[in-house]
Design a protein around this ligand. Structure first.
Ligand code: ZN
Length: 158
């Protein structure tokens, strides 16, 4: 357990990331998950499994197992906190904004990202090699949502 020497983020952000790395939230298997997916980031050795319970198009529970470096583990932990209670459409919209944030996508508006705690990853765009660490849990979540074993929850894949 040590800070990630490759990434020197703003101190405040670094503290939040290290807190979630040391004490990950919702890191457990979800026995009654109706969707799950596994994701790997071979560049860094990160591996996560995402468990989801979706009811009426709303994320009721989301947990994860695994992890890896500080960035990937903290990202998974923060993701589970942010997504609980969100609709699938909201979850996808947050993923899109988060992806834009960490890849440094140019924006048409100067408004805040509105990502709350997830903005601690805004410095990642300066470390292209680490973007996959920050987005691994999210891509895995996306895969879990597409693996829809409950046909009444239609997941659009535009
Ligand atoms: Zn990593």
């Amino acid at each position: 357990m040590k800070p990630d020497p490759d990434v020197k983020l703003d101190d405040l952000y670094q503290d939040v990331i290290l807190d979630h790395y040391r004490r990950p939230r919702n890191r457990r298997e979800l026995a009654d998950a109706d969707r799950r997916a596994e994701g790997n980031n071979p560049l860094c050795g990160d591996h996560v499994t995402i468990f989801l319970k979706v009811e009426s198009g709303v994320v009721r529970e989301v947990t994860f197992q695994g992890g890896g470096c500080a960035i990937s583990t903290a990202s998974a932990s923060l993701m589970t906190e942010v997504l609980r209670g969100k609709t699938l459409d909201e979850a996808k919209a947050i993923f899109k904004r988060f992806h834009g944030l960490v890849t440094g996508e140019p924006r048409e508006t100067s408004e805040p990202h509105g990502l709350g705690k997830l903005e601690v990853f805004s410095g990642i765009c300066h470390y292209p090699a680490r973007v996959k660490c920050a987005t691994l849990a999210w891509h895995t979540l996306d895969a879990a949502l597409r693996d829809d074993r409950r046909p009444e929850d239609v997941v659009s894949t535009e």
